[in-house]
Design a binder for this molecule. Structure first.
Ligand SMILES: COc1ccc([C@H]2OC(=S)NC2=O)c(OC)c1
Ligand SMILES: [Zn+2]
Length: 262
């Protein structure tokens, strides 16, 4: 059945549990990161997170109907160490963002504070055959979250945004015929992060994600935040600008968020 826009149809995220009971599960995402309750874990620094990206790993960009998605064959792009007991391969990155000049937009919050957008760099555990096999396993995915904050322009991200006009509607896809290293989208300091066990933040909400949330945001210009909304999506009132494609934080339940830094 035509489900339409999962954020704008019916009551939105607060109604997802009706079709996806796991929405009220024990390890859902996103969450608020209360920095008074995070726990420094020296083991995370002892086995440093190793983030490897390459210039040749991004093949195409598609409008998924709820975000843009840069898709990768993962060549030379692997994640290991830190909280991970296995090697994870890069699959795609996308983002979630808010409305014009609003501060909301990110999915995770820090001490109750939102950022205007949040980037997700998605990796799957290579102990499984492929992303589809990994996506619903408890240790199946590792997602690096990078907060965007308004500041100086980020020319690298601008190269990806230049493609938005070519993918105006859901399902539209174009090849990326230039080298783009997703490492450009990591904040200057990617040593300091929080990690916890969580889930996909949209249906099917699988509880399969080891989250790695970078403490330091990435600066992009106010115009670049605005350009995110030039992507289009279907709404109950017809096609319009894509924004507020984020799930608000859900209860942490019986979890502790670990910090890689003291
Ligand atoms: C089937 O594959 C999916 C489905 C949903 C998500 C959502 O969960 C997070 S996290 N961001 C999202 O948009 C996904 O992301 C890795 C992958
Ligand atoms: Zn996401």
């Amino acid at each position: 059945k035509k489900r339409g826009n999962i954020y704008l149809s019916g009551a939105g995220p607060s109604a997802w549990h009706e079709e996806y009971p796991v929405a009220k599960g024990k390890r859902q995402s996103p969450v608020d990161i209360n920095t008074n309750k995070t726990k420094f874990d020296p083991k995370l620094a002892a086995d440093p997170l190793t983030i490897r990206f390459s210039d040749s790993c991004c093949q195409s960009i598609v409008n998924t109907g709820i975000s843009f998605q840069v898709t990768s064959n993962g060549a030379g792009c692997e994640l290991s160490g830190g909280p991970l007991d296995s090697t994870y391969q890069f699959a795609q990155f996308h983002a979630h963002w808010g409305a014009y000049l609003k501060t909301t937009g990110s999915e995770h919050t820090v001490d109750g504070v939102s950022y205007p957008a949040e980037l997700h760099l998605v990796h799957w555990n290579t102990k499984y055959d492929d992303f589809k096999d990994a996506v619903d396993k408890p240790d199946g995915l590792a997602v690096i979250a990078v907060f965007f904050k308004r500041g100086k322009e980020h020319p690298g991200f601008g190269k990806i945004q230049d493609l938005f006009s070519k993918i105006p509607a859901k399902g539209a896809k174009v090849n990326i015929d230039f080298e783009f290293n997703p490492g450009l989208l990591m904040p200057p300091d990617s040593e300091n992060y929080w990690t916890y066990l969580g889930s996909l933040t949209t249906p099917p909400l699988y509880e399969s994600v080891t989250w790695i949330v970078m403490k330091e945001p990435l600066e992009v210009s106010v115009e670049q935040i605005a350009i995110l909304r030039t992507l289009l999506w279907e709404t109950p009132n017809g096609v319009s600008q894509m924004y507020n494609n984020f799930r608000p934080p859900v209860p942490l339940r019986d979890r502790v968020i670990r910090a890689s830094f003291g």
